[in-house]
Design a protein around this ligand. Structure first.
Ligand code: PXG
Length: 285
C-alpha cells in the first residue's frame, strides 16, 4: 500500500506528491515546517504546533493558504488514511514555485504538505543508560541574523552541528550561542538539575521554544519541582546532577556524559526518571 500524502487540498498517493524544481522551498530553503506526534490516535498539542507554524510563517511573510482548522483536519485525516495510531507528522509549507532569484514576491502557490509516518526512535538502550553528547564548534545562528524561533526549511546550522556529533560517535550535539552560552541540541532542548532545581536556557539564548520543553516545565511545576529558565554555561552542565533533552522525536532522554565529563553519577537521575514517567502519562492521558 503506497503512503497517502496530503498535498494542498487532498490526499494523493506518495508517487503523485511532487513539488516543482522551481519551488523556493527547494531552491532556498524558503518555507516552514513542524514535526508532531500522535499517541493512541490523538495528536499531542496540535494547537501549539499550529500556532508555532503560523508564527514561523508570519515571521517570513508567508501566508499559509488554508485555515488552522483545515490544517488540523488535514493532520488527522492523513494519520487516519495511513492507519497510524502512534505516528509522526511532518507539516511543510513552501514558498511555492517562482523565478530563479530570491524575490519571494515572484513566487506563487505555496505548497502545503502533510506527511504521516512511523517514527524511528533512538535505540531503547539510550533511554535506559543515557546519551553521551559533545559540544559542536558550530554555534547557533544569532537571533539578529536569523531567529532560531523560526522553524524554517533551512536547517543547515543544526545539520552542521549534528555532523560534528556523529563524527564524534554521538547521536546529538550541544550547541552554544554566539556568547558561548548553552542554547540547545540540534533537534532537542536541554535541561539540567543543579542543587535540586531544574534549569533550562531561556528563549533569548537562541533556542527553538520546544513544545516538549514547555510540557516538561509544566510537569515539573505540577510535581513541585522548582523549574526556571536560566543562562547556562558548559561549566553548569559539566557540574550538574542530572541532564536530559526534550523534543517531539526524542521525547525525554537522559544525558550522562558531556564532552567526556560524567554527569552526576553517570546514570539517569531521579528527576529525569520522574519527568519521563510523567511525560508518558501526559501524552497517553
Ligand atoms: N530545538 C530545535 C532546534 C528543534 O528543531 C526542538 C528543539 C524540540 O522542539 P519540540 O517542539 O519538538 O519539543 C526542535 C524540534 C525530526 C526533527 O524530525 C525534530 C526537530 C526538528 C527537526 C527535525 O526528528 N525538533
Amino acid at each position: 500500500m503506497p503512503r497517502l500524502i496530503f498535498m494542498n487540498d487532498r490526499l494523493v498517493p506518495e508517487h503523485e506528491a511532487r513539488v516543482s524544481v522551481f519551488d523556493h522551498g527547494l531552491l532556498y530553503g524558503d518555507g516552514v515546517f513542524e514535526g508532531l506526534r500522535s499517541y493512541s490516535g490523538r495528536v499531542f498539542r496540535l494547537d501549539a504546533h499550529l500556532d508555532r507554524l503560523w508564527d514561523s510563517a508570519k515571521a517570513i511573510c508567508l501566508t499559509i493558504p488554508l485555515s488552522k482548522e483545515t490544517m488540523a483536519k488535514a493532520v488527522n485525516d492523513t494519520l487516519a488514511a495511513n492507519n497510524l495510531v502512534d505516528g509522526y507528522v511532518r507539516l511543510i509549507v513552501t514558498r511555492g514555485a517562482g523565478s530563479l532569484g530570491l524575490d519571494p514576491n515572484r513566487t506563487r502557490d505555496p505548497q502545503v504538505i502533510v506527511i504521516a509516518d512511523t517514527i524511528a526512535l533512538y535505540p531503547q538502550e539510550h533511554y535506559e543508560k543515557g546519551l553521551r553528547i559533545v559540544t559542536a564548534a558550530t554555534q547557533r545562528v544569532q537571533s539578529a541574523a536569523l531567529s532560531p524561533r523560526i522553524k524554517s526549511l533551512n536547517y543547515l546550522n543544526n545539520i552542521m552541528a549534528k555532523l560534528e556529533g556523529l563524527q564524534a560517535g554521538c547521536v546529538e550535539a550541544l550547541m552554544l550561542n554566539h556568547k558561548g552560552e548553552v542554547a540547545e541540541c540540534t533537534g532537542d532542548n536541554i535541561f539540567v538539575v543543579r542543587a535540586g532545581r531544574l534549569l533550562t536556557p531561556p528563549p533569548d539564548a537562541g533556542i527553538l521554544e520546544g513544545i516538549t520543553r514547555n510540557a516538561v516545565m509544566e510537569l515539573a511545576h505540577s510535581a513541585g519541582i522548582d523549574c526556571r529558565e536560566a543562562t547556562l554555561t558548559r561549566h553548569d552542565l559539566y557540574t550538574a546532577e542530572e541532564c536530559f533533552l526534550t523534543g517531539t522525536a526524542a521525547e525525554v532522554i537522559p544525558v550522562v556524559d558531556i564532552d567526556g565529563r560524567t554527569i552526576g553519577t553517570g546514570v539517569p537521575g531521579p528527576i529525569t526518571s520522574r519527568l519521563t514517567r510523567d511525560f508518558h502519562a501526559l501524552v497517553r492521558g
